[in-house]
Write a protein that binds this ligand. Sequence first.
Ligand code: ATP
Length: 236
Amino acid sequence: MQAVAIEVKNLRKVFGKLVAVDQLSFKVMESEIVGFLGANGAGKTTLIHLLLGLLTPSSGSIQIFGLSPSTSRREILSFSNFASGYISLPTNLTVKENLQVFSRLYRIKNPEEKILSLLHLLEIDHLQNKITGFLSAGELTRLCLCKALLNDPKLLFLDEPTAGLDPNISDKVCELLLELRRKTGLTIVYTSHNMRDVERLCDRIIFMKSGKIITQGIPLEIVQEFKQKSLEELFI
Ligand code: ATP
């Protein structure tokens, strides 16, 4: 039987008077790929930051493989990782130097081979000596994914990883993630605005609006619902 990777109960996060995450409850099973979809401001990034322990919940609970991010953040980070379409990496280092720095941070012994194989996997090996600050958005996203895969995570949080990527590269990233899941049993929590990505990648889609879950299901069901409801109803 599949283990529970993430269990969230009645999670709430307020910023002043604004309720960013409103009484969320859901589970993610081990090896599942779950996509959180929703308009700007729906609460997706806040949720990821709560799961990563970067924000403290106002109320409710989070368990990640039985551990709480607020008390066991370091332990959770030892088996998970994170990539975002908007992440900032040191811009004055080369691509390879950045990965070497993160390898040290993750205490990876003899990381050279690993770094080269990830650069190859994400098809940016030709950029290894390029200064990170000069990368295009798509190249930077692929570097962020390399960084996120350095410690062979069993849980990956991806916050809009395909933002700014052209459809071709976006498709490649999705294929790569599916392949990784097939090989390693990786669990992925994925946020996006892009129905096309989540449809091809995710086992389940959770649709958020104003911090709440308004609908969830397998991609086919959600696509049907999209067809029946107006986009305004779901996104605005
Ligand atoms: P997007 O798709 O635009 O990235 P999102 O679904 O990720 O949006 P969040 O970034 O989680 O949405 O934001 C949810 C709400 O919380 C927004 O109204 C945002 O302005 C607000 N918010 C997020 N972080 C903070 C903060 N640190 N202080 C105050 N308000 C915040």
